[in-house]
Write a protein that binds this ligand. Sequence first.
Ligand SMILES: Cc1cc2nc3c(=O)[nH]c(=O)nc-3n(C[C@H](O)[C@H](O)[C@H](O)COP(=O)(O)OP(=O)(O)OC[C@H]3O[C@@H](n4cnc5c(N)ncnc54)[C@H](O)[C@@H]3O)c2cc1C
Length: 466
Amino acid sequence: MSDALIEELRAALGERGVLLQPEDRVRYEQGWRYGDGVARCVARPATTDEVAAALRICARHGTRVVPQGANTGLVAASTPDTSGEMVVLSLERCNRTIELDERDRTVLVDGGVLLSQLNERLAEHGMWFPVDLGADPQVGGMVATNTGGTRLLKYGDVRHNLLGVEVVLGDGRVVSQLNRLRKNNTGLDVKHLFCGTTGVFGVVTRAVLQVAPKPAQRATALVGCRDGDAVLALLGAVEQHLGDVLSAFEVIGREALDAVLRHQPELRRPFDELPDYAVLVELSTTLPAGSLELDDVLEERLGAHLEEAGDAIADVLIGSSDEFWQLRHHISESLRSDGRMLAFDVSVPRSSLPAFTARVRDLLAAEHAFVRLCDYGHWGDGGSHLNLLWNDGDVADEAAFKAALQDRIYELAVREFAGSYSAEHGIGPHNQRFYDSYTDPAVKRLCSVLGVHCDPNRVLGTARLY
Ligand SMILES: Cc1cc2nc3c(=O)[nH]c(=O)nc-3n(C[C@H](O)[C@H](O)[C@H](O)COP(=O)(O)OP(=O)(O)OC[C@H]3O[C@@H](n4cnc5c(N)ncnc54)[C@H](O)[C@@H]3O)c2cc1C
């Protein structure tokens, strides 16, 4: 690697725009859950022109680049490999523009703006960007991973709310498709190439998003269910009777809830005896309290369901939205502190979730009885985060053990249950092997044709889509 690369990046981005020292680089080199590499340097452009200049320089030197947002991704795609040769292209300084058009209900936003910053600004106008999750990603990262989140049931994922993008291609060309129209059927809608493709075709520097009015009221319940079938029956009932106002249906398995309560002692225990599944049901509406009392609506409906379902429902708690969401949002970090872990982000048709989960339990009981299954997820969208935990020292060769478990569980999800091995976290080194096995060769060929045009020097990203 020549010093000329660094000198050229410095000339284009200024001193602040290039980080070289190990202590400055370290936070860009380690992923939230997976990914631990070494970067040649961190490039921090502050404008689209600077992103283009940095990519031109890297392409000319044949240097690979990993675009990075807030580095909250969960498939090791946002960090460099261990070669010490990749440049991390952080968008954190591209974070100035947040231009709301209230009447159109759209916002033009820089790729490096954090979701929390965007929502803070939108809140001043009674609005929000409703793709909601327990992390604080950047807008560009959200586009690149097509973030789902906990309110997908009502608002959809990023793709559903994305109107336009500006991207810089691998050789520095800028493609500006900052469409603000909700209806525009005029041929290929280019933005979709860059949504959910993890930065392999271009770096998202700006996006136009549609935003939503903030709900005027929410009502939240935590429902204890005897088993997975009881969860599905509850989902059917709330969709049938409350579908217009249903905004979240989040499921927490007993072992996951137990881990949260052990690791977060400040949180109140909701049930004396933990049920197999606790379901967070949230209703929300822009109708003000007074015209409709959402708490009453929820209580009445869940009361009726309790009578119909009998002992399939262990308990119904109507209460503090914050308290219930705290339980949900602390799962990930609580499980991380609870032992050695392998996490799965799978989806299957939601009617199959109980059968799929039972098959995983049976498999573990038969072959690895020391492994605990802690599951939770967005059951309304068929998404399940299965986390397998064991204690230090239980496994001799952890890498081989994890690989074997991944093979078994992904095979079950994809082949036997017609599901997905990556429901919402996207593709990266963590699950590349499964992209390679499960992706239709015709799709890979199409990606290859697009790749030749979008990234002719093949410098972008850590995932290999073709
Ligand atoms: C506690 C926790 C909870 C989470 N919950 C959810 C959830 O409910 N739903 C969900 O979908 N995800 C969830 N995630 C995963 C993660 O937050 C999302 O994938 C997020 O959208 C990633 O955004 P980021 O800015 O952190 O991107 P990064 O992690 O920095 O990057 C992710 C990928 O996008 C690429 N990329 C980043 N910025 C750009 C850009 N500007 N242009 C092109 N490519 C780019 C990177 O190269 C990488 O491939 C969670 C993560 C955590 C830690």
